[in-house]
Design a binder for this molecule. Sequence first.
Ligand code: COA
Length: 175
Amino acid sequence: MNKELTLTSEDFADVALRSIVATDQDSLRRWKNAHRFAFFYQDIITPEQQTQWFEGYWERPHDFMFIVLAEDAAVGCLGFRMLDSAADVYNVILGVPEMGGRGLMRKAMRLMCSYVLRDFTRDIGVKVLRANPAIEWYNKIGFQETQAHETYVEMRLDLARFQPCRFRITNREQK
Ligand SMILES: CC(C)(COP(=O)(O)OP(=O)(O)OC[C@H]1O[C@@H](n2cnc3c(N)ncnc32)[C@H](O)[C@@H]1OP(=O)(O)O)[C@@H](O)C(=O)NCCC(=O)NCCS
């Protein structure tokens, strides 16, 4: 599985997704630590743990983490991994707060889900802590709650409410 790809939309030009490379690890760690209370794992991640995660990530064929590029600047990240036959969205973070509320992360999610729908599965879910206001954000994108647990909810992309975008894949390995 080639893990070096870039996704660009044919419906909007201001947001693209570039799959992560080793030099993104610092940003990923910083962003995750800054927002750790939004996630299940809330301990500070050390550089060693980050490296260990990246090595594992590189070996897992159906696990993709992307840097969100807005006009070529890295503003955040998001990813998905295949668990059985469903996609699990994870590590969705706006890393640069000044760029928030402009719809960039929404476009990033739209692009990633469009890719997953076409090439992997039509079953896309996410688990969100109950205390996280991002639940409402997911709702507006087209996810709906399917199961409530004590501390978190499971949400699934409702295909009737989600509008995929047209996109292009650039395979960087072959360039
Ligand atoms: C969740 C998160 C990624 C959302 O980032 P964001 O920058 O607010 O995302 P967007 O800009 O796409 O949000 C859209 C908002 O911008 C507004 N907006 C402004 N211009 C817009 C445009 N052109 N298009 C779409 N939305 C626009 C929308 O109205 C929307 O606001 P609303 O939700 O109040 O309606 C961010 O809050 C974050 O990183 N949170 C911490 C980590 C986290 O909780 N992650 C999820 C864990 S499961």
